[in-house]
Ligand binder design. Structure first.
Ligand code: GAL
Ligand code: CA
Length: 352
């Protein structure tokens, strides 16, 4: 009987996320919806038309983690800003049009979750021509936001490598605590890797740093397969099915750049008889979405890393409001900017 070592990295934010989002938000939504945020119940509430108008794009609404960032943006804007929300439907040309339309409507700041990280300079050019500030969030221009060619451009996200390092540490610790995971007994970890989208700094860094951290802990590794599942559960499931057919029980670890793909991989593993009797496979992800925390509690995922959607949403809107009002972007906040004009919200690792 294999010993199942269930690993749980959660934080207060994850619990908060679970508490305010009992069910997955609907994926399908209109491409654009104008939202008038209700004013806060204060003595003299600001009329909606006095609140700064901010134009927001999400690269696609149908992304597990981004649905939480979106909810937190809307929550953080309540009583402080009016938002125009756009689903860019994973289409950069569509997003460019949405940006043009929002500028035409007179937004005072843009908050942009790019479809293509390389499109940042083109969007910055549009904002610059219109004389409005832009806050990029979640997808970082790979060369750094200080290189997009516009001084009034900032970034809110994470330090991409950090999640990979934390994920690598949790894999290494769990591997060392569970000798039976080395099913062929060669002392090495035979793994498959589900990557996020190519060219996304988070995906590239998580892929590299997770494995580098395992190796640095003294564990040998062998990669059996590595491919992009585009952050997507259905694609993760499909790839896992292919890899189970090709490598079967040679696979000893499933490393996923995010929880969405991990959910898909677990589905494929279940269909192949895993997680019943003593048939087990360690699967690790990143994000700590509620569904992943649920799988961890059932022993069907070995671990995840909390990607703080709450603070990323809040920082994005706080910087955007300040920028819209012509203030210093950090005024009245506790965020700090690095040399590339980025706010980096930490990944939270709190053990059970
Ligand atoms: C990452 C997150 C992924 C996906 C991606 C989209 O930070 O971990 O699950 O949402 O952002 O850019
Ligand atoms: Ca092995």
């Amino acid at each position: 009987m294999k010993k199942i070592f269930s690993f749980l990295l959660i934080g207060t934010m994850a619990l908060g996320m679970t508490a305010c989002s009992p069910s997955k938000p609907a994926a399908a939504a209109p491409a654009e919806s104008a939202k008038t945020e209700a004013a806060a119940p204060e003595a003299a509430p600001a009329a909606a038309e006095e609140l700064p108008l901010i134009g927001v794009t999400i690269y696609k609404y149908d992304d597990n983690f981004m649905s939480f960032v979106r909810q937190n943006i809307e929550k953080a804007a309540e009583g402080k800003a009016q938002l125009i929300m756009n689903d860019s439907q994973n289409d950069q040309a569509k997003q460019n049009d949405q940006v043009d339309a929002m500028i035409a409507k007179g937004v005072k700041a843009l908050a942009i979750n790019l479809v293509d990280p390389g499109a940042a300079p083109a969007i910055a050019d549009k904002a610059k021509a219109a004389g409005i500030p832009v806050i990029f969030f979640n997808k970082e221009y790979p060369e750094g936001t200080d290189k997009v060619g516009y001084d009034s451009a900032w970034y809110v996200g994470t330090s991409s490598a950090e999640a990979g390092v934390i994920q690598g540490e949790l894999m290494a610790d769990a591997w060392k605590a569970n000798a039976s995971w080395d099913t062929n007994g060669d002392g090495k970890m035979q793994y498959v890797m589900l990557m996020g989208e190519p060219g996304h700094p988070d995906a590239e860094a998580r892929t590299k740093e997770s494995i580098a951290t395992v190796e640095a802990s003294g564990i040998g590794v062998q990669e059996l397969a590595k491919q992009t599942g585009m952050w997507d559960a259905a694609k993760g499931k499909e790839l896992m099915e292919t890899w189970l057919a090709a490598h079967g029980e040679k696979i000893e670890m499933v490393v996923c750049n995010n929880d969405g793909m991990a959910l898909g991989a677990v589905e494929a593993l279940k269909a192949a008889g895993y997680f019943t009797g003593d048939k087990f496979m360690p699967v690790v992800g990143v994000d700590a979405i509620p569904e992943a925390l649920d799988l961890i509690s059932k022993g069907q995922m070995a671990g995840t890393v909390l990607n703080d959607a709450d603070n990323q949403g809040r920082a994005t809107i706080e910087l955007a409001i300040n920028a819209a009002l012509g203030k210093d972007v950090l005024e009245g906040t506790s965020w700090v900017l690095d040399a590339t004009r980025a706010v980096r919200v930490p990944y939270v690792a709190v053990t059970k």
